[in-house]
Write a protein that binds this ligand. Structure first.
Ligand code: SF4
Ligand code: MG
Length: 329
């Protein structure tokens, strides 16, 4: 959980209210080596904050983060540095994350020196650039960020993350700033790294179609909470939560026939809620075409969607067993 305090208004001082943006509320997830987990949601749903929490760029308001069962408790110190080396973040905009006055060689050498003081740098540089398919490496080492294409820059940013020797990569919208034509190449590279280096990858995106293509597991975020999760194919092909269905229906999909309206989306326009004062009960209820009385007051827990233990769940009262039984009678 991460809440960001916001400035008090004059009337908050009178009523002594402390307000906060509830950016991430009780989100639970497990990343596994050799797996891509996609976290899908609209902008402002809290996805980037989850990545920043996992990278410990910001500290949680409450809750635990652990690596192999060891909780990250303190910032600073050896254990914390080891954690930061093993969990690396790749940002959305490679142009902003690389320093324009430094070469590729400088960026990568610096990352190698921080994390592995004793490694043979020349060999390691070749290795890194080959890993991200920037070959021949000599051709790229002397280049500055502006001399590279967007896709090449993102590959350098990925190589820099790999320099630390991570077990997990947190990729926050890694292709959304890139031309459509080169996105697939970068996603395929990440997939290749997942397999070769047995990496755990958190792939953060607003594009559920790319999650379908790329992820083993998918989590769907809405208004600071995870509302559905499970195997990537189950979540994207048999979406259970009304919000996930809305996301899928509003994603541009060449296979869909134009003008064919989905009954779930017909009346669920509207905007995501304010996270300073989110709706009570299910946060999606103001937009949900299936909202029931209890949805307005009781927050739904994670409920199994198919009842066969597949691990596909949704935080939605539609999957509460008594509700289903009542509906049947
Ligand atoms: Fe809709 Fe209720 Fe399910 Fe929320 S819990 S998504 S309001 S049906
Ligand atoms: Mg973001």
């Amino acid at each position: 959980t991460k809440h960001f305090p916001v400035r008090r208004r004059p009337r908050d001082l009178l009523t002594r209210t402390r307000r906060a943006v509830r950016a991430v509320d009780d989100v639970g997830l497990v990343l596994r080596r050799g797996q891509v987990t996609a976290m899908v949601g609209e902008s402002g749903s809290g996805k980037s904050t989850v990545a920043r929490l996992l990278a410990q760029l910001v500290r949680q308001t409450s809750g635990r983060i652990s690596l192999h069962g060891d909780e990250v408790r303190t910032r600073g110190g050896r254990a914390f540095r080891a954690y930061c080396r093993r969990v690396q973040l790749v940002f959305q905009d490679p142009f902003a994350s690389l320093n324009p006055v430094h070469t590729v060689r400088y960026h990568l050498t610096r990352a190698l020196r921080i994390h592995h003081r004793d490694r043979d740098v020349t060999a390691a540089l070749h290795d890194l650039l080959t890993r991200v398919q920037l070959t021949p490496p000599e051709q790229f080492l002397a280049k500055y960020p502006h001399e590279l294409s967007g896709g090449q820059r993102q590959r350098v940013a990925i190589a820099r993350a790999l320099a630390a020797g991570p077990e997990a990569l947190l990729a926050d919208e890694p292709v959304s700033m890139l031309d459509v034509s080169i996105r697939l190449g970068v996603l395929n590279l990440l997939r290749d790294l997942r397999d070769r280096l047995d990496l755990a990858i958190l792939y953060i995106t607003h594009d559920i179609a790319s999650a379908r293509y790329f992820a083993d597991d998918v989590l769907v975020m809405y208004a600071g909470q995870v509302v559905e999760g499970g195997d990537g194919e189950a979540v994207t092909q048999r979406a259970a939560h009304p919000y996930t269905r809305l996301l899928i229906a509003s994603a541009p999909d060449p296979d869909r026939i134009a003008g064919e309206a989905d009954e779930d989306t017909a009346e669920s326009g509207g905007e995501p809620p304010s996270l300073i004062d989110p709706p009570a009960g299910c946060r999606f209820h103001p937009r949900c075409p299936h909202a029931m009385a209890r949805c307005r007051t009781e927050a739904p827990p994670r409920l199994s969607v198919d009842g066969n233990g597949s691990g596909h769940w949704a935080a939605c009262w539609l999957y509460d067993a008594p509700t289903v039984a009542e509906a049947a009678t």
